[in-house]
Design a protein around this ligand. Structure first.
Ligand code: AMP
Length: 194
C-alpha cells in the first residue's frame, strides 16, 4: 500500500489536486469533508451532529471523524493506497491514523503540503462559494474562523510529520498543471523509496 496525505489550509487546492492524483496513481480518495457533507445530505445522526460544527467553521469532534475514517478503511480493504485529503486535522487524528495504518500493516509514505497566502485563500473560497453550494464558503467570517482553527489545531500536525521527516511543502499558487507536476515528482520519489 502507498498512502499520501495532502495537507494545507482551506482553499489551498487539496480537492482539485486530489482528483488528479487519485486518477494518476489509482489511490482511493479519502476526503473527510466530502464524507461529512454526504452524511449531511443523507440526514444521518452523524451528519446532523457534524453540521453544527461545519456551519460555524469549527472542526467536527475527533471521535466522530476517526470513527468515520475507520469504517471507510473497512469498506476499502482491497485499496492499493489512500490519498487523505483534509485528514488528519489535529494531532489526535494523526496519532489515530498512525494506529489505523499500523493495523493494516502499512504506513504514511509522505505528507505533501500546499502553501498559499491567506489573501489568495480568501479570494478563492469566496469565489468557490458562488458555485459550490457550500454555506461555509459564502461567509467571510466563517472562512476567517476556518483559518484560525487551521492555525491553532491543524498546523501542529505539520510538526508531527516533520519530526518523522515525512513533511514536504509545495507552492500551491500558479498554474494547476505545474503544481500537479511538483506533487507527482514528490510522490514518484517516495514510491521509489518505498
Ligand atoms: P473540507 O471540505 O475539508 O474543507 O471540510 C469542511 C468542514 O468539514 C471543515 O471546516 C470541518 O468543519 C469539517 N471537517 C472536514 N474534515 C475534518 C476533520 N478531519 N476533522 C474535523 N472536522 C473536519
Amino acid at each position: 500500500m502507498f498512502n499520501v496525505i495532502l495537507f494545507g489550509p482551506p482553499g489551498s487546492g487539496k480537492g482539485t489536486q486530489s482528483d488528479k492524483l487519485v486518477e494518476k496513481y489509482g489511490l482511493v480518495h479519502l476526503s473527510t469533508g466530502n464524507l461529512l457533507r454526504q452524511e449531511i445530505t443523507d440526514k444521518t445522526p452523524l451528519g446532523l451532529e457534524a453540521q453544527n460544527f461545519m456551519d460555524k467553521g469549527r472542526l467536527v469532534p475527533d471521535s466522530v471523524v476517526i470513527g468515520m475514517v475507520d469504517s471507510f478503511f473497512d469498506k476499502h480493504k482491497a485499496a492499493k493506497g489512500f490519498l487523505f485529503d483534509g485528514f488528519p486535522r489535529t494531532v489526535a487524528q494523526a496519532i489515530a491514523l498512525d494506529e489505523l495504518v499500523v493495523k493494516k500493516n502499512t504506513e504514511i509514505a509522505t505528507v505533501l503540503a500546499l502553501e498559499v497566502t491567506e489573501d489568495e485563500l480568501v479570494r478563492r473560497l469566496l469565489h468557490r462559494g458562488k458555485t459550490s453550494g457550500r454555506s461555509d464558503d459564502n461567509n467571510e467570517e466563517v472562512i476567517r474562523k476556518r483559518f484560525s482553527v487551521y492555525m491553532e489545531e491543524t498546523s501542529p500536525v505539520a510538526n508531527y510529520y516533520n519530526a518523522k521527516e515525512k513533511f514536504f511543502t509545495i507552492k500551491g499558487e500558479g498554474d494547476l498543471d505545474n503544481i500537479f507536476h511538483l506533487l507527482c515528482a514528490e510522490v514518484d520519489l517516495r514510491m521509489q523509496k518505498s
